[in-house]
Write a protein that binds this ligand. Structure first.
Ligand code: 6CS
Length: 316
């Protein structure tokens, strides 16, 4: 059995380490009876192609972020709402690992499209980069900010006053360099590995969001495997998923060291400064419900409650 497993990042990035860990474990556990072919970003097409390829069975498994799937499954955009998740990553880890909203109602939406979610998980806090400081929403006025193209991410940048650009991840560096875009958002490890610090003057520690993603399977492919293999795969993915939290943390730490050695200026937003952006982002929650309907409302209300409960348990 060969599993074609695609992800959205480059060699050595968080998703790549995740998929390769899975490859190593499963190949070892099955003595090579199950093998994994890994496809990095760009090797099979652009950001928008992957979900379709997973649906049609051109690939079997994928790490596919909700930031690209809002047009196909509007409900995934709960993960596009800024300032929804906790400022404590441990809380978010717990919610993403166990959420009834995500593994119940949202998972059903994926299944209707022929896709079975294994896990939802996170790749760290989101930061902005730009060629000017961004401390207030006024600083973002008219700025061409690149985010993943899902409609609600674009909508949130409009709320901030920016001019959102949903270009492919493969174009970010060149567009920053040529001035086609002014800034972008991403977790620290990605900003570092993509060398955005070479073409941007400011790194803004805004933590306005977390980067969430999903490990998914083509349902027909998964169901074609015998029960024991399916169970082994599920267990192995859970193991990798548990490990990914400390792995991504290490990658952010390495990246922080790296960017500090670069020429980029680092700005840390105060709680008050973050609050101004949070306030502007609140209507995005209404838009999510308006566009996603009843199920979206249930998902949002449930996840809000789950975050609150996890904060009580783990701490804010
Ligand atoms: O910004 C993006 O489009 C990319 N960022 C990350 C962290 N992973 C993949 C995605 O394509």
């Amino acid at each position: 059995i060969t599993i074609k497993f695609a992800h959205e990042e480059g060699q050595g990035d968080v998703q790549d380490l995740y998929v390769n860990k899975f490859k190593d474990l499963i190949e070892e556990e099955t003595d090579g009876r199950i093998t994994v072919d890994v496809y990095t970003a760009g090797t099979l097409g652009g950001n928008d192609d992957m979900f379709t390829q997973l649906q049609t069975g051109a690939i079997d498994f994928a790490i596919s972020s909700p930031g690209f799937t809002g047009d196909v499954i509007p409900e995934t955009q709960v993960m596009a709402i800024p300032f929804l998740f906790s400022d404590n990553l441990e809380v978010n880890k717990k919610v993403l690992d166990e959420s009834e909203a995500l593994y119940g109602t949202l998972a059903d939406k994926y299944k209707e499209k022929g896709i079975t979610p294994f896990k939802f998980w996170l790749e760290g806090f989101m930061y902005w980069t730009a060629n000017q400081p961004i401390k207030t929403p006024e600083d973002m006025d008219g700025l061409k900010m690149r985010g993943m193209p899902t409609p609600l991410i674009m909508e949130s940048y409009k709320q901030f006053g920016a001019d959102p650009q949903g270009i492919d991840s493969g174009e970010i560096y060149t567009m920053l360099q040529t001035g086609g875009i002014d800034g972008q958002e991403n977790p620290l490890f990605y900003i570092y590995s993509s060398k955005f610090y070479e073409v941007q003057d400011y790194l803004i520690d805004s933590k306005h969001h977390i980067y969430t993603t999903a490990t998914l399977a083509n349902s027909d492919f998964l169901n074609s495997l015998d029960e024991a293999d399916q169970e082994l795969i599920r267990d192995t993915i859970q193991e990798v998923n548990d490990w990914s939290f400390s792995m991504q943390k290490e990658e952010q730490e390495k990246a922080m060291k790296g960017v500090k050695e670069s020429d980029i200026n680092i700005i840390e937003l105060t709680e008050e400064q973050r609050a101004a952006f949070k306030e502007l982002s609140m209507p995005v929650r209404e838009t999510y419900i308006e566009e996603g309907g009843e199920d979206a409302e249930e998902i949002l209300k449930t996840i809000e409650k789950e975050i609150e409960e996890a904060e009580k348990e783990v701490g804010e």
